[in-house]
Design a protein around this ligand. Structure first.
Ligand code: KG4
Ligand code: ZN
Length: 332
């Protein structure tokens, strides 16, 4: 069965077709240039851009794959306007072609991206999903069962990357900018906090890292101007802040995987595209005897192949949604 996947949950317009864990097409159109002047994603601008890009992307993906037999679409969580654009298109296509329709949870799909790997992980395993809006550790005791072990109490890891980048005056989008700025910098130049790193629970907290960087750069009252003081070397600051974020993520994810007894760790979400996080995860997984499954960068950041993959899994389990399917922006 060729499953069409559609994702318009944030600022990427993506359409893909997956058959038996094989990607037949995966089109991803970003909107960085549109949101760059605002320093962040503007939901209304994103929704309008999805309206313009979605149909061309749909035609391209269908032509490349030679058609589709079912439709999977992200319905939750995400920005409501953007989600509704993809959902409306998915319903229209499914209705017109008489195809089964299934709604997909975006974070579950980030986990399912690992099923596109060869070799692919089979549950049980632990999964770390670190994106712009979420940072979650899941335990999958069996296929399709997602148990939340812990999540962030405040900022998501990607949000922390983005906010630190803004404080350092780096261009949008912040995550990749911070990674670039950190190249050649000393990771131990500044000792930023590692919130909850050694807490026995599986929760996260990242807002303190951003605050520590802010105080260092702008002073305790947040008002210091560049002219007042020599700014610390940017590469060292970026490398040290990046290290604080990825150290906590890697430490807690590997510990949870080891503790679960499954000995397997799946990693996904935009932050998993970070080279230093990937390096640390591989190092620590090897040391702990945990098998790591980290998709290539293009399958870590938002893409519709993962939506089609998770959709295939649901369809195979017999799940079907009706045309009253709705979007749920705040779904857990
Ligand atoms: O999963 P994703 O593409 O979209 C959401 O579902 O949120 O994740 C986007 C997040 C953003 O915060 C972005 O800054 C971060 O992932 N990100 C990175 C990198 N690439 C994207 N963070 C650190 N290093 C990167 N190379
Ligand atoms: Zn995502």
């Amino acid at each position: 069965m060729r499953v069409l996947g559609i994702d318009t949950s944030c600022d990427e317009t993506s359409v893909a077709v997956v058959e038996q864990r094989r990607i037949l097409a995966n089109r991803v159109y970003g909107q960085n240039a549109l949101h760059q002047p605002f320093g962040g994603v503007v939901p209304e601008v994103a929704a309008r851009a999805h309206v313009e890009r979605l149909l061309p992307a749909l035609h391209e993906a269908l032509e490349e794959a030679g058609g589709a037999d079912a439709v999977a679409v992200t319905t939750r969580p995400g920005l409501i306007g953007p989600l509704l654009v993809g959902l409306s298109a998915a319903k229209a296509f499914a209705l017109a072609k008489g195809l089964p329709l299934v709604g997909v949870h975006h974070l579950e799909a980030h986990v399912a991206a690992a099923y596109l790997l060869d070799p692919a992980p089979e549950p049980p395993f632990v999964a770390l999903i670190a994106s712009g809006g979420h940072t979650v550790l899941y335990h999958l005791p069996e296929a399709g069962r997602y148990l939340c072990l812990g999540q962030t109490a405040d900022d998501a890891a990607g949000e922390c990357f983005d906010k630190v980048a803004t404080i350092l005056g780096l261009p949008y989008p912040g995550g990749p900018s911070l990674e670039r700025a950190a190249q050649g910098g000393r990771r131990d130049a500044y000792r930023f906090p590692r919130p909850l790193r050694d807490d026995p629970g599986d929760g996260f907290s990242f807002s303190g890292i951003k605050t520590a960087v802010l105080y260092l750069v702008k002073g305790q009252d947040g008002r210091r101007r560049d002219a007042d003081v020599a700014r610390p070397p940017l590469a060292d600051l970026a490398a040290s802040a990046q290290e604080a974020i990825v150290d906590v993520l890697a430490h807690k994810a590997v510990r949870a995987a080891a503790r679960s007894g499954s000995g397997k760790l799946v990693v996904g979400g935009g932050v998993a595209a970070n080279g230093r996080l990937r390096e640390l995860l591989l190092e620590r997984c090897a040391a702990a005897g945990v098998q790591a499954f980290i998709p290539p960068r293009a399958l870590c950041t938002d893409n519709a192949a993962m939506i089609a993959m998770r959709g295939s899994e649901l369809l195979e389990a017999g799940v079907r949604d009706g045309f009253d399917l709705d979007a749920d922006p705040y779904a857990e």
